[in-house]
Design a protein around this ligand. Structure first.
Ligand code: TRP
Length: 448
């Protein structure tokens, strides 16, 4: 089975080395694997929550798009798009907003941090808090659930948001799924070995600390940033301590094991910090030089970038548009025409769609019941190990035109692929039983 990986990049800044090592590089490597289907997108609606400078938003979208392509993302294999090119996402956001508990969002770290800060300053708790900030996790849930992602690689600060996406998706499944799991429940993935890179001052590399090394600055900018890396005061010739040097940690993120061993030996042997910085510059310039040229070329052809992203959006919408159609149906936003037509033809006045009700047993297994139009039970499924398997069976019952029913005394069993998957209640007599079988055929008849 292919795993669907999805992640978004908020478009408020210019990519730096920390973004590259911690997110871009591992994501691109993952996207090349054959059993992975990857969705990477520019979270530009999220950017609007944090930034009201249109020029910066525009610039950042362009730079981030060019960065991912320059670093080797294959847009034939991965689906690469801008969130704001997918109108289904804000539409899904609303459907999800309507099932998201306000109490859940009250607990979001980012919102709570703002409230705490306000309280500390003696201000109104919600001072400066927009609905965008408050609803941020719902928009993010829509990003993830829209494409039924299995895995969502994120930084630690985003784990809670992925968990909220699970909660919200589960709630929607429960309310509207009628036995079908509309949404896959996503899992956050934290890449343990891609250590967060230290910045120039040794704290985590982050724009908010102003300690970053730009990814695609020119050689001089790279050199200047590296010159600002803080080191200790050991003189040339004095042995250095690689394990307590963030310059060494930076080197480590880009070096082969052999290069790293050599660098370690040199530092222990007294290499001057100035020389060490020159080594780091060489390493980074080698690793990034070619990509930097590609980046330049891409930035100069914004119309081509636009085409690439629009093609990505079209690819994403091939999934999003029909899926959102099903979700609209599920919540009751349906065409009047379809119901008028079935009344007109009068053929199926008793047609009510099958009602599957799924539930969980105390032992953790998943089952569903199929109820007839009057709410009377027709079938009770066996226990399934997970909700997905139960959902798949109920889906097949609605899609298959032939049902394998086997009478067993005053009851009947339902078989699928040579296995009994559900059993009816025991009816008072064979006539009652056969009437129930009739009703079963009615509710499950494929609709034309
Ligand atoms: N909030 C994420 C961040 O700031 C970006 C993001 C938006 C995202 N939508 C997403 C990440 C969906 C993963 C999945 O890092």
């Amino acid at each position: 089975m292919t795993t669907r990986i999805l992640t978004g990049i908020t478009t408020t800044g210019t990519p730096h080395l920390g973004n590259y090592a911690g997110a871009i590089r591992p994501a691109i490597v993952a996207s090349r694997s054959n059993d992975v289907d990857s969705f990477y997108f520019l979270a530009d609606y999220h950017a609007l929550i944090k930034c009201d400078d249109p020029l910066r938003i525009q610039r950042s979208r362009l730079e981030i798009a060019a960065t991912w392509l320059a670093c080797g993302l294959d847009t034939d294999k991965a689906t690469f798009y801008r969130q704001s090119d997918i109108p289904e996402i804000p539409e899904l956001t609303w459907l999800l907003t309507c099932v998201s508990a306000k109490g859940l969002l009250n607990r979001a770290h980012a919102y709570k941090a703002s409230v705490d800060k306000n309280l500390e300053n003696g201000e109104d708790p919600d001072a400066g808090v927009t609905m965008g900030l408050y609803s941020y996790p719902v928009l993010m849930a829509a990003d993830i659930l829209m494409f039924n992602a299995h895995k969502v690689p994120v930084g630690r600060d985003q784990i809670q948001h992925v968990e909220m996406a699970r909660d919200i998706g589960q709630r929607f499944n429960h309310l509207f799924g009628a036995g079908r799991e509309f949404f896959t429940l996503p899992e956050a993935v934290i890449e343990e070995e891609v250590a967060t890179l230290p910045g120039l001052d040794g704290r985590k590399m982050s724009k908010s600390y102003d300690n970053t090394i730009p990814l695609f600055g020119n050689a001089k900018q790279l050199k200047d940033s590296i010159a600002r890396i803080v080191t200790d005061s050991r003189a040339p010739g004095e042995p250095k301590d690689p394990d307590n040097s963030h310059l060494f940690t930076l080197y480590q993120a880009f070096a082969t094991p052999a290069q790293l061993a050599e660098f370690r030996a040199e530092l222990l042997g007294g290499l001057a910090w100035g020389e060490a910085k020159q080594r780091l510059f060489q390493l980074l310039d080698n690793e990034l030089g070619e990509a930097r040229e590609r980046y330049r070329a891409l930035i100069e052809r914004p119309a081509d970038l636009e085409d690439i992203l629009l093609a990505g959006a079209a690819k994403a919408r091939k999934i999003a548009t029909p899926f959102l159609g099903e979700l609209r149906e599920a919540v009751g936003l349906r065409s009047f025409r379809s119901s008028v037509q079935s009344a007109e033809t009068g053929k199926k006045k008793a047609v009510k769609s099958a009602r599957f009700v799924s539930f969980r047993e105390d032992d953790g297994s998943f089952r569903f019941r199929l109820l007839d139009a009057d709410g009377e039970q027709l079938l009770l499924s066996k226990g399934f190990a997970d909700g997905k398997a139960a959902g798949q069976v109920s889906k097949r019952l609605q899609a298959d035109s032939e049902l394998d029913l086997r009478v067993e005394g005053d009851a009947f069993g339902l078989w699928l692929d040579g296995e009994q998957v559900a059993l009816s209640p025991s009816f008072a007599d064979p006539a009652e039983r056969d009437a129930a079988i009739q009703r079963l055929h009615m509710v499950l008849a494929p609709q034309e």
